[in-house]
Each structure stands twice: as C-alpha cells, then as structure tokens.
Design a protein around this ligand. Structure first.
Ligand code: SAM
Length: 406
C-alpha cells in the first residue's frame, strides 16, 4: 500500500535536492564518542551518510513536530521554562500540515533507513491525529514485514475537556526494525503485590507463592526423548514433554512437580524465581508537568527503549532531539549517541542538561558539540569527517587517523 499525495518526490529527487553542508566543531574535542549537532537534520543526516555512518546506527528514536499548527515558545525571563506568550522566544515552529508535513517526515525517514544497521530499529513517537498516516509511510519505507509494534503510551492524567469526545491520554510510538534480526534485550517489569496474588495463587508449606503449568506442549516429537514414555505415561496426543524424561525425573526429585489427586503431573513455578513480567504494548510514562522544553518526553520511557533496542557499543540517533531526552538516556546507559536539532533554545537546554555529567576521568567531555555551516566540503572537511567517523566507529588513538584524498 502506498500513500499518494501532492508533491511526493522519488528518492533520487530527494537526495539530489539536499544541500551539501559542513560541520564546525564548537567544543573542539573531536575524539569524543557522542555528537550534539545544531543544524537542519536533513542536511546533517546526508552528511552522516556521506561520512561513514551509513548502516552504522543501531537505534533511531524520533519525536518530530506532530503537525499541530502551533508555535512553541520559551520564556525570556525564566531559564528553561516554556511560555505561551507571543513575545517570547520561539523554541520551534510546528506549522507544516497535510502533504507538506508528510513529505517533510518522509524525506527524513528515507535517510534514516540508510543510516540504520541491519540489526537496527527505529521508534517514531507521534500522536493519534497524524500517526496513522505515518504508519502507512513507514510501511512503505521500512516494509510492512518489519513493523514490530504500535505502542500506546499513556502520557498524562485524565483530563476533563468539554469536548464531545473521550479524553485523550495516549500517544503512539511506531516501532520498526531494519531487518527481522534486530537487537532485543528484553527488560521486564516487577510483579505488583496484586499480580503475585492473582498469578501465583498457591502457597507451599514454606509460605512461598507458586502456580503450576502443564508438563507438555503442543506438537508431537517423532523420535526424540520428549516423545517417550515417562512414569508409564506418553505425552497426550498431539503434544510432547517440555523436557526429556531424565530432566522430568530430576524435577520431581527436587519437589518441583505437583501431582493431582488423579495422578496428573504439573510443573511448579515460584513467584520469587521469576524476574518480572513481560512489558506489553500499552505503557505508562507520563511527561513532566514542569518541562524544561516544550513537548519534552519522559526520560524513563527513553531508557526503556534504549535498553531494549541497543547494546553497549551501539550508536543511538535522535535527529529531532529537542531538550536531549534521548541523548541523556543514552548517556546514562553508556551508549554512544548523535543528537541533531536546529533550534537555538533546544541546544541551550540540551547543553545545560548534559554538561554536568560530561566530564570523564581524564577531564575530556564525553560529547562533541558541532554546528552546521553552509559551506561546500573541502579538504579540511574530509579530515574533519574522518575524525567524526573515526571517533564514533573505531575509537583509535589520534595518530592512527588515515587521511583520505579529497
Ligand atoms: C517535539 S520536539 C522534540 C522533543 C524531545 N523529544 C524532547 O524530549 O525534548 C521536536 C524538535 O524537532 C526540532 N526540529 C524540527 N524540525 C527540524 C529540522 N528540520 N531539523 C532539526 N531539528 C528540527 C525542533 O526544533 C524541536 O526541538
């Protein structure tokens, strides 16, 4: 299925129209592994593709403007506070609507797809008004077969609007993988007292809560041990033992099998041996009531996404990074990151938010701050590119840099 709209260009036209830019290091520590870049994300993404990062990003999270037709502002008087006054500074403008908005998003998604590694994934945070169009665009760009989840995020407490509608307390996060071989480090949530009572109804003689599950599972084993006789019983028709008779014997010796009055065995599962329950696709991570930046997202939400969908050596990218929530979460979890935003106010808040913990033991900052400059690449740029590529990819000492010819 393809979304048709006015002004939709082919990929070649999109790439050819992107302005070539250069990046200037402001903080002058090119060896830092993570990069905060002020600039237009389309041009910067192209720069990253052209400079060694194609296929190198394991995780993209984006939370772009939602086509709300609003202008978001920051207070001039009070640092890090958002404002509704027209005389205050603009944090960012969200005025693109309809086909223009869709094309603005689509062009970024095409470049992001090229940056993603084969084990990579992308999470797209969006609202219920425009999200369904984005789903169709993402199916087109990443492939319907790579759609993983539509996550419902509870974002706030219930509100009492006077609208003739149900209250809106959720937004959506669309999760796609580049291929089906994506990184997945499953985190679990702790059982609540209520969960434990509901799921583990039985109590043993030592007071431990447990439940029981069948010893067999669907599917017959033709020749293996899990299809064999155990304690004068074959597994029921169409099923196989979950473990070999030898293992079942050991479990029984350890008292981990419960026999019913009718002689039906079941395996005991203890609550205190489970590490929690699977996280479902409805999650509650409410945003701060006093954000430092308009539409700032919940830090723990980003930590969940990053820990599940990236590894320690991964690079995490957010090209609409706003106040740097993704970058802060990636930093706290020991990942390398690249953040891009064009807003002066966003960069100010992000620099402030990241600076305190940015000193390593050697005194070097953990991230480099760069700005887009509208200059064509030249030899100087190539050296700079290598530094960017080098420090992210290899982390080799400076004297091992290879300088390519321009
Ligand atoms: C919804 S906010 C992101 C908020 C962020 N997730 C947070 O937690 O703070 C969207 C951001 O996208 C930025 N943005 C919009 N268009 C952009 C573009 N073409 N290039 C770079 N940044 C852009 C805006 O400046 C704004 O900061």
């Amino acid at each position: 299925m393809i979304l048709e709209y006015e002004g939709k260009r082919n990929e070649k036209e999109i790439f050819e129209a992107i302005k070539l830019i250069n990046l200037k290091s402001i903080s002058r520590n090119p060896m830092a592994k993570s990069k905060l870049i002020k600039g237009d994300n389309l041009a910067v993404l192209k720069f990253l593709i052209d400079n060694g990062l194609k296929g190198k990003i394991d995780l993209v999270y984006i939370d772009p403007p939602f086509s709300t037709n609003n202008t978001f502002r920051m207070s001039k008087e009070r640092a890090n506070s958002i404002s509704r006054s027209d005389s205050d500074n603009v944090a960012y403008d969200d005025s693109l609507v309809g086909p223009e908005y869709l094309e603005f998003i689509r062009e970024k998604l095409i470049l992001l797809r090229d940056l993603l590694s084969d084990k990579g994934a992308i999470y797209f945070h969006i609202d219920y008004k425009i999200g369904h169009y984005i789903k169709v665009l993402m199916d087109e760009i990443f492939g319907k077969e790579n759609f993983v989840n539509d996550i419902t995020r509870i974002k706030c407490n219930p509100k009492n609007f006077n609208r003739k509608a149900f209250g809106n307390i959720k937004d959506m996060i669309l999760f796609y993988s580049k291929t089906r071989e994506h990184i997945w480090n499953e985190s679990k949530t702790k059982f609540s007292e209520e969960d434990i009572k509901r799921l583990f109804k039985k109590v043993d003689k030592d007071g431990r809560r447990y439940t029981t599950v069948p010893l067999h599972a669907p599917g017959e084993t033709k020749n293996g041990p899990t299809g064999q006789l155990w304690r004068y019983m074959f597994p029921p028709k169409g099923r196989h033992w979950r473990s070999s008779p030898k293992v079942l014997e050991e479990l029984d010796k350890k008292g981990l099998i419960e026999w019913s009055k009718n002689g039906v065995p079941r395996k005991k599962i203890y609550a205190d041996e489970k590490d929690g329950k699977k996280i479902q696709d409805v999650i509650e991570f409410k945003d701060s009531q006093n954000p430092a930046y308009p539409t700032e997202k919940n830090l723990d939400l980003l930590k969940l996404i990053i820990s599940n969908s990236s590894n320690k050596n991964s690079i995490v990218l957010d090209c609409f990074c706003g106040s740097g929530t993704t970058l802060k979460a990636a930093q706290d979890l020991g990942r390398k990151w690249i953040g891009i935003d064009q807003s002066e106010e966003a960069i100010k808040v992000t620099l402030e938010r990241l600076k305190l913990k940015q000193r390593t033991l050697t005194g070097e900052e953990n991230f480099e701050y760069l700005e887009q400059i509208n200059e064509l690449p030249n030899k100087q740029v190539i050296i700079h590119h290598l530094k960017l590529e080098h420090s992210i990819k290899n982390n080799l000492p400076k004297d091992k840099l290879i300088v390519r010819n321009s």
